[in-house]
Design a protein around this ligand. Structure first.
Ligand code: B12
Length: 369
């Protein structure tokens, strides 16, 4: 006679199942269930197991769910309100994971003290918060300052509470000039700087040009911190053109200074070339003006870092966003044409616009254009 098959209750859900459960809870705005899911993912065991599971939950569950929120928003599959709600749920999950792991953190002196902050104007605090929590799990004392920290307040904070390094986060490339100013101000205060987040481009391309250390993620940040970043050199207090000599041509300054006029004229030219705009409601017109304002800001940023890819990526992303919202992406071409005419005396800027125009006509406008 064979023994009956015995199971001890339902099997532990797989990592993929837990991610799916968290996604559902986030999108249903169900904070209680979401916290139960991450509690399940962290589980129990030795202190080392809990700490490792907490890091996995932060980086391989909450972060990908948050990225999925972005993809669904971009595809117009969820609303802005749903995106905000899901982010709030994920923020609560990050806190829950940190609380679950806290008792397991060893009572040993910290590896060092770091400050984590978002650059001025940057609202994307969750990426910085994830970095802060993972560094805590790995033994660092972390002062986490959150979203949009004005540079002068960041520097005065660092004077009052010295840190071995400051870690700056930015998700939106349009904040790169501000990030550059923050990097040199912190270095001038004698504090080594590491940066991260999507704003700094593929492989931290822009970070290196701004003389900041860069890591792709929190484990990478931990590894660099352990190696030591090295104190800033005597020439740390510098004007931006020392790092980016092309700024001497003044194209960035002039595009920034005339931005308001550029937006106004571009809006008028788009209206002329794209008749459907004439019957837009006031609300739709305001959104269009906002889009053109973003186009000019990203153009200026692209000129700042002297990289046409930055603007091309932005304009093709905008084309996708417009298409998923039923607005023909071909409405972007008159805007780019108008800017090319208005800025014809600025060779670097015209080059950037020409490359973007090529990318738009080569396919980004899509079959529905
Ligand atoms: C949530 C969210 C918001 C929330 C943020 C709330 C919050 N508390 O964080 C709100 C509603 C405020 C918001 C606003 C906006 N957002 Co938003 N947002 C997002 C979303 C969906 C998630 C961000 C996130 O948490 N990502 C998850 C983390 C885990 O990923 P991560 O950023 O790569 O971070 C990891 C690494 O980069 C690294 N890292 C990050 N920082 C650092 C720092 C250091 C030192 C190191 C070493 C590493 C490191 O470690 C992190 C963890 O692994 C993203 C989509 C996405 N794919 O990210 C869009 C996204 C970033 N937003 C976008 C946009 C356009 C905006 C707005 C301009 C929208 C608008 N029209 O108003 C505004 C801009 C606000 C501003 N001034 O900053 C776009 C940006 C596109 C672009 N071309 O620039 C995205 C990509 C959405 C999309 N799919 O198109 N947003």
């Amino acid at each position: 006679m064979t023994a009956p098959h015995v199971t001890d209750g339902p099997a532990m859900p797989s990592h993929e199942e837990l991610c799916e459960q968290l996604w559902r809870a986030a999108i249903d705005c169900d904070e209680i269930h979401a916290v139960a899911v991450v509690r399940n993912a962290v589980g129990g065991g030795s202190s080392a197991q809990v700490v490792a599971a907490a890091e996995r939950t932060l980086l391989r569950m909450i972060a990908p769910v948050q990225e999925r929120v972005g993809i669904q928003w971009a595809a117009n599959a969820i609303t802005v309100a749903q995106e905000h709600a899901a982010t709030a749920v994920n923020e609560r999950c990050v806190s829950a994971v940190a609380d679950l792991a806290a008792p397991a953190l060893a009572e040993v002196p910290p590896l060092g003290r770091v400050t984590v902050a978002c650059v001025d104007g940057e609202w994307h605090a969750l990426p910085a918060r994830l970095v802060a929590e993972v560094l805590r799990l790995r033994g660092w004392h972390v002062d986490y300052l959150g979203a949009q920290v004005p540079t002068e307040h960041l520097v005065s904070y660092l004077h009052r509470r010295p840190a071995d390094a400051v870690l700056l986060s930015s998700s939106i490339p349009a904040h790169l000039p501000v990030a550059h100013a923050a990097i040199s101000a912190c270095q001038a205060a004698g504090v080594p700087v590491m940066v991260g987040g999507a704003a700094f481009g593929p492989q931290g391309r822009y970070a290196h040009r701004m003389r900041a250390a860069w890591a792709p993620d929190a484990p990478g940040a931990h590894a660099l911190l352990k190696q030591g970043l090295g104190r800033p050199t005597a020439d740390a207090a510098r004007l931006p053109d020392l790092d980016l000599p092309h700024l001497n041509d003044q194209e960035y300054t002039l595009v920034r200074q005339t931005a308001r006029q550029l937006v106004k004229q571009t809006l008028a030219d788009v209206e002329e070339a794209f008749p459907p705009l004439r019957s837009y409601t006031e609300y739709q017109r305001e959104r269009t003006a906002e889009d053109i304002d973003h186009i000019v800001t990203y153009l200026a940023t692209s000129v700042y870092v002297d990289d046409a890819d930055l603007f091309t990526t932005f304009i093709t992303w905008t084309a996708d966003i417009l298409r998923s919202r039923g607005v023909p992406p071909r409405s972007l071409l008159p805007a780019v044409d108008s800017l090319q005419r208005q800025l014809k005396d600025f060779p670097r800027t015209v080059g950037i616009l020409t490359e973007a125009c090529g990318a738009l006509t080569a396919g980004a406008l899509g079959p529905a254009a």
